[in-house]
Unconditional design. Structure first.
Length: 119
């Protein structure tokens, strides 16, 4: 399995922007479909969005659509999540995840990075 490490979380005011990164190691990054998820304590992990192996296709949850952009740089083994117009309800631990195209579920996960949006 590929190893994943997120960074870039922090505290931001509502209406602000934040960028997260996910660096992969131990695998061929371009083989993997990559995704972002988030979780609030006491709630189930929520899908944020995902990006295809080449980066040509992205999918977003309705909750972040129009405010977020997922991208990747396969040469740097890195995926990004840029979030704009942040809301207090975006507060969560954000995780990146990876799966190969033949897998139905993401099975490699990072340790998560906290994003807190103050009102």
């Amino acid at each position: 399995q590929v190893q994943l490490a997120e960074s870039g979380g922090g505290l931001v005011q509502a209406g602000g922007s934040l960028g997260l990164s996910c660096v992969a190691s131990g695998g061929t990054f371009s083989r993997y479909v990559m995704g972002w998820f988030r979780q609030v304590p006491g709630k189930e992990r929520e899908y944020v969005g995902s990006i295809s192996q080449s980066g040509a296709r992205t999918v977003y949850a309705d909750s972040v659509k129009g405010r977020s952009t997922i991208s990747r740089d396969n040469a740097k083994n890195t995926m990004y999540l840029q979030m704009n117009m942040l809301k207090p309800e975006d507060t969560a631990v954000y995780y990146c995840a990876a799966r190969t195209p033949d897998q139905a579920q993401f099975d490699s996960w990072g340790q998560g990075t906290q994003v807190t949006v103050s009102s």
